[in-house]
Design a protein around this ligand. Sequence first.
Ligand code: 7PJ
Length: 289
Amino acid sequence: MQLVCGKTTLDLTTPQVMGILNTTPDSFSDGGSYYQGGNLNLDIALRRAEQMCAEGATLIDIGGESTRPGADPVTEQQELDRVVPMVEAISRRLDVVISVDTSTAAVMRESAAAGAGLINDVRALTRDGALEAAAAAGLPVCVMHMQGEPGTMQAQPEYGNVVAEVREYLMQRMGACIAAGIPQNQVVLDPGFGFGKNDDHNLELLRHLSNLAPADVPLLVGMSRKSMVGRLLNREVDERLPGSLALAMLSAQRGSHIIRVHDVAATVDVLRMQQLVDAPGAVPVETLK
Ligand code: 7PJ
């Protein structure tokens, strides 16, 4: 299974790690890390991207809008200003697939022109012009399930059958992508952990991850440091690494192809160990000197 991400083709035979780089001042985990005196500092962000690549990330996900409940809404221009220079800078310097976490058509267009390799949309290309912009970009897309809207989605999520409903939605959005001219094998699906889901919903989706899509469709999952880890283990944001690593491994065992995380080095180790056990021969054995 492969994704053709612009100039780079990504091999999904083994699970790939996507490192998170938020260019927002207010994301729940790394928000504001790259700001100095209220301005985004490209050099600091670039160094973080470089580090994640050295640790084994093959994708970097750049987001300019926080979807955290209560986060300030962002204008199109703000999002462009945060994301596009970052895409340009990374694309010039690093050999990595740049994913843009955006729902905005103009950000998709300008990021693609600046060297992005994947469009990652938590709103599954439902905003005006998004499907068309993504198709015109000629890049693979990740479409995610969300119930409700970011500001209110966690108030009272409700499902009859969460697995069936999420699968149904993802299949429907995949159909919309194909109808818009995006090749079927360039569509990645994501159940959207924590997006309009309570902990039971999240756990049920993880248990049945491999039933969410046909086996030949790439799956992306993101659970790193999320509130579900906090609630289930009673941990603050900076104490969620062990829980996040367990979830990364459990999702790899259930067939996820791309795992979106903050802690790249630790996740790469965990996934390598998982592959050594579950998929002998898939990754080279590295022995200590
Ligand atoms: C996800 C995302 C996710 C995809 C965020 C956070 C919230 N994109 N963007 N999947 N989450 N595809 O990192 O906690 O789960 S932002």
